[in-house]
Design a binder for this molecule. Structure first.
Ligand code: ZN
Length: 372
């Protein structure tokens, strides 16, 4: 991957931006995409919208990738100086205890750790049970509420994982034989800085490589996806897309305890072309077009289905009179925890597929998706 692109990916992953607090991330994206776009604007719910015109005004191709990450909101400062929190997005209780956080206050970032009563003080039956969020608190090293307030904490402040981006490079072995190298990204917020990055990179490539496209491409760093696809609804309304490629992470199935019948893709398995999730059944003609394009361009892919969850596509496909939509993903391990892992080659493959699709999405093709 291009050095500046990787640096941008690292920067946006490290930046804090839970649902409702995306402005810093949106500004970083704005700075990156501005030289490559004709227009940059925003909706009124915090989504950044960046447009690149091609040979024709129509069709409008929307690439939503949500800018928010899952995080926490401080809802009370306990008299003992500990902070009580609600979740922003879905956190399983099992991954929370002992995790480091950054709390964002008006006075600046603070260090915190999620804690609960130690096991020594638990009754025998308590020890075998998962501690739930309502029993947890954030320790910022204070002994009373005045000290916490003095450090800058207020009810309504947010927090994100303290989890810094880095990469792992390793050899790839297939059937006992060495097959090149892989670079893996390790960090927080891949859900969904990865999808947002793909939208930004695809548009940057169209511009810098002077790639002709018969449409208008609109990237959208949408807000508040993790709390119910909220920014995609407003960004979708504003941009009036004719076709939508929703970009997000996909749950990697190459993890102990996950059956490949539930999550078909794994790291290095190429692009996830999602045939079903709880929020979206893709337009079938569009799905076939995506599969054909991946085959023609020899881009590795896996067809996946996800029983739960949803993406921005779930909101966009219902905007106005409807919009043919599909969700394309990057297999990512351990999503909705403090640290995810993905293969940079899968990310590159998704960027390439999106570029190839944009080159081919002319008015006639897009009209054919909804013709009866
Ligand atoms: Zn997501």
């Amino acid at each position: 991957m291009r050095k500046q692109s990787l640096q941008f990916f690292e920067n946006i992953c490290n930046a804090p931006g839970p649902s409702g607090f995306e402005r810093e991330v949106a500004r970083m994206v704005k700075e990156y995409v501005q030289p490559h776009c004709d227009e940059v604007s925003a909706d009124k719910l915090g989504s950044l919208i960046f447009t690149k015109h091609g040979a024709s005004k129509k069709p409008v191709v929307l690439l939503p990738g949500h800018s928010d990450e899952i995080g926490f909101l401080i809802h009370a400062i306990h008299e003992s100086g500990y902070l009580k929190f609600y979740q922003l997005g879905g956190w399983p209780d099992q991954v929370l205890l002992g995790q480091r956080l950054t709390i964002l206050t008006k006075k600046g970032p603070l260090f915190g750790v999620i804690a609960a009563k130690p096991p020594h003080l638990m009754k025998a039956d308590e020890r075998s049970k998962v501690v739930t969020k309502d029993q947890m608190f954030i320790d910022i090293g204070c002994s009373n509420a005045d000290e916490a307030k003095d450090m800058g904490v207020r009810v309504g402040d947010c927090a994100v994982p303290d989890s810094t981006f880095h990469t792992i490079t390793r050899n790839v072995f297939k059937d006992g034989k060495k097959k090149g190298k892989a670079t893996l990204a390790v960090g927080k917020a891949f859900d969904n800085r990865a999808g947002m990055f793909v939208a930004a990179e695809a548009i940057r490539r169209l511009h810098t490589e002077k790639i002709k496209h018969p449409n208008t491409v609109v990237g959208a760093a949408t807000s508040q996806e993790e709390v119910g696809l909220r920014g995609a609804a407003t960004a979708g309304y504003k941009t009036q897309p004719d076709v939508c490629l929703a970009l997000d992470v996909d749950i990697a199935g190459d993890v102990p305890g996950i059956d490949r019948s539930q999550c078909a893709n794994g790291l290095g398995g190429g692009v996830s072309i999602c045939a079903y999730d709880a929020s979206l059944i893709p337009n079938q003609a569009l799905k076939e077009f995506v599969l054909d394009t991946a085959e023609k361009c020899k881009i590795p892919y896996t067809i996946t289905c996800t029983a739960g969850g949803g993406t921005d596509g779930g909101a966009v496909h219902k905007v106005r009179e409807g919009c043919p939509s599909i969700y394309l993903g990057v297999p990512t391990r351990h999503i909705h925890s403090h640290v995810g892992i993905l293969d940079m080659q899968d990310l590159e493959n998704l960027i390439e597929l999106v570029v190839q699709l944009i080159k081919r999405l002319d008015a006639k093709t897009v009209e054919s998706f909804t013709a009866i």
